[in-house]
Design a protein around this ligand. Sequence first.
Ligand code: NAG
Ligand code: NAG
Ligand code: NAG
Length: 171
Amino acid sequence: METTKHLVLIIMIITIITTTYSTSLPTLTPEQNQIATKIIDAMISSGSFEDWSGAFLNTNDEINGPVLTSTLFLPKTSVEGINATSPLVASYHIVPQWLDFSVISLMNPFSRIPTLLFGHSIVVTNNSASGFTLDGVLISEPDLFVSPSIVIHRMASPFNFSRYGGGDGVS
Ligand SMILES: *[C@@H]1O[C@H](CO)[C@@H](O)[C@H](O)[C@H]1NC(C)=O
Ligand SMILES: *[C@@H]1O[C@H](CO)[C@@H](O)[C@H](O)[C@H]1NC(C)=O
Ligand SMILES: *[C@@H]1O[C@H](CO)[C@@H](O)[C@H](O)[C@H]1NC(C)=O
């Protein structure tokens, strides 16, 4: 009886924490939206996660054009059922904020990071120094690429937004 009550209480607290930490995406300007669309188109046309970084850097080039200040989470391996050519998958792996590892590593568990996939965010699942995970996926090479406006982190595998994104509707 007591155990059940405690369990209910714990679940309620977790729900409250998860809800409180959700943040929403700052509205992008039309120009930022245009760059975002260009980047996502290039990534999904590249055909594989391996080619995402080249596509991302070529279309988000701070020397030759306007840049979308952003962070790309680049999956190291592919996973059956998560398609590198899906615009939803690509959008969910880009955060329109500059988040190098020194910034990310200060985030607490259950913190949510809004992505370019509308209404979906990435959640901090473990913030221990030796095993920092987002959506249950290890950041295998933090700060793989860092410039004044862009960051790329390599992730052990792709994110699953249906499971962790916290949204409803898109699947
Ligand atoms: C990946 O998605 C694209 C576009 O939606 C589709 O054409 C392709 O068949 C999919 N590939 C796999 C392996 O599901
Ligand atoms: C977080 O990761 C560390 C290191 O891998 C592990 O020891 C710890 O148990 C994990 N914590 C949770 C809550 O999963
Ligand atoms: C992604 O998450 C959904 C919902 O939890 C699950 O049904 C699906 O099997 C997951 N896909 C992969 C590739 O893990």
